[in-house]
Design a protein around this ligand. Structure first.
Ligand code: ADP
Ligand code: ASP
Ligand code: MG
Length: 405
């Protein structure tokens, strides 16, 4: 007998009919002799709807109350999933994150899991019950409800798989697996049979929302091999695992687009030691994550800094920067939200040259202007105009012949 964690995302539990289908699949797994832990998300759209309601009441709602509100979405689906299992004769029990022993730190809306006391879940499994756990939530030491950041049910599933020592972790979604690009944007994107943790992490943190990036980080750290697959069919999905040597033969494995970034330009600041430190210290103090950074060559003692921040943080960034301009000799802040970040990712880049040149040439041929560039060992990212992002993704996909992968 093996132990399996199955996570069903928002579309997979999108309505009562879908929840019944989930129950059937769980029964199918139990009938094959496995112990099953089920993690469910809120119904598709519910978390967004709850956020919209909060914002209609207050522009800056309390983060504690936000978590209290957002945790509701998953509480609905765990109960309905348990009822669906009962109605087809399976013993099942639903738990909130806190009841499932998922402890987190105190950072409301983006809490990190600190420990999981999985013993009670294991006892339930051994007694023949299916255990259903609310994704995306936990509690902190003060007993307060916390949430794990958008897409956080992926993290719940992977962390539980590690905690209950599962033999398998399956992430069920509305696509057949991880593709070479978002299949809704690039029609001839190809499903990957497997992908390394590092590639999946770079794609996820570059805008491929098929997996939450923190969940991939966790899987890599604890060696949780998982499969991304569809709840709408029985096709095999994509295995995400440790890199193996042959993976380096493929130079580019995927393309990602992130339209949720904004470009910030801080111009006419003093070109002297300490200016950049002051600017980025101010952003860090406001808890803003900065991604790509470019500083131009200073002229006449004056320099400009350009970088990207999440679009949701632009107001906070503007305020934080205005507070520090005097200390760096004056200057101006300009924010451009109409941008996108396009990234190509592949472990093969470590051993192949010319990838950047090929990408830039393809974008140039398509008339796409590059505003910023950054590279890591296995990724090249460019900032471009947002309206051209989808076309640019198709162009990059073609340039590396990913449809033939
Ligand atoms: P869930 O609600 O199941 O967690 P998400 O909406 O979070 O599902 O993620 C699945 C979606 O991710 C797909 O519908 C697809 O449009 C999108 N996506 C983006 N990039 C990729 C990719 N490289 N491969 C597969 N899906 C992708
Ligand atoms: N319901 C949460 C969200 O929409 C968590 C998840 O779906 O993974 O972000
Ligand atoms: Mg998701």
């Amino acid at each position: 007998m093996s132990r399996i964690v199955q996570k069903y995302g928002g579309t997979s539990v999108g309505d009562v009919e879908r929840i019944k289908k989930v129950a059937e699949r769980v029964k199918h797994t139990v009938d094959q002799g496995h112990q099953v832990v089920v993690v469910v998300s809120a119904r598709a759209g519910v978390t967004n709807e709850l956020i919209a309601r909060a914002k209609a009441i207050s522009t800056q709602p309390s983060e504690r109350e936000m978590d209290m509100l957002l945790a509701v979405g998953e509480q609905e689906t765990i109960a309905l999933t348990a009822m669906a299992l009962h109605s087809i004769g399976l013993p099942a029990v639903s738990y909130t994150g806190g009841q499932a022993g998922i402890m987190t730190d105190t950072f409301h809306t983006k809490a990190k899991i600190t420990t999981i006391n999985a013993a009670p879940i294991v006892t339930d499994l051994e007694q023949g019950k299916v255990v259903i756990v609310a994704g995306f939530q936990g509690i902190n030491e003060q007993g307060q409800i916390t949430t794990l950041g958008r897409g956080g049910s992926d993290l719940t599933a992977i962390a539980l798989a590690a905690a209950v020592k599962a033999d398998k972790c399956e992430i069920y979604t509305d696509v057949d697996g991880v593709y070479t690009a978002d299949p809704r944007v690039v029609k001839d994107a190809k499903k990957l049979q497997e992908i390394s943790y590092d590639e999946m992490l770079e794609l996820a943190s570059s805008g491929s929302k098929v997996m939450q990036s923190r969940s991939v980080e966790f899987a890599s750290k604890y060696g949780v091999v998982f499969e991304v697959r569809s709840s709408f069919n029985y096709n095999p999905g994509t295995i995400v695992k440790e890199e193996v040597a042959y993976m380096e033969k493929v130079v580019v494995r995927g393309v990602a687009v992130d339209k949720d970034q904004a470009k910030v330009i801080v111009s006419n600041i003093l070109d002297k030691p300490g200016s950049a430190a002051k600017v980025f210290r101010a952003l860090a103090a406001a808890n803003i994550i900065v991604d790509m950074i470019v500083q131009n060559v200073g002229r006449n003692g004056i320099a400009n800094l350009t970088f990207t921040v999440p679009q949701g943080d632009t107001h906070k960034a503007q305020k934080a920067l205005e507070g520090v301009l005097d200390e760096v000799g004056g200057g101006q802040v300009a924010i451009h939200e109409h941008i996108a970040k396009l990234s190509v990712v592949g472990v093969g880049m470590k051993t192949h040259s010319g990838v950047a040149a090929d990408l830039f040439a393809a974008l140039a041929d398509a008339g796409v202007n590059i505003q910023l560039i950054s590279t890591s060992e296995i990724k090249i990212s460019v900032v471009i105009e947002q309206d051209k992002a989808d076309e640019a993704a198709r162009v990059a996909h073609k340039a590396f012949a990913l449809e033939n992968l």
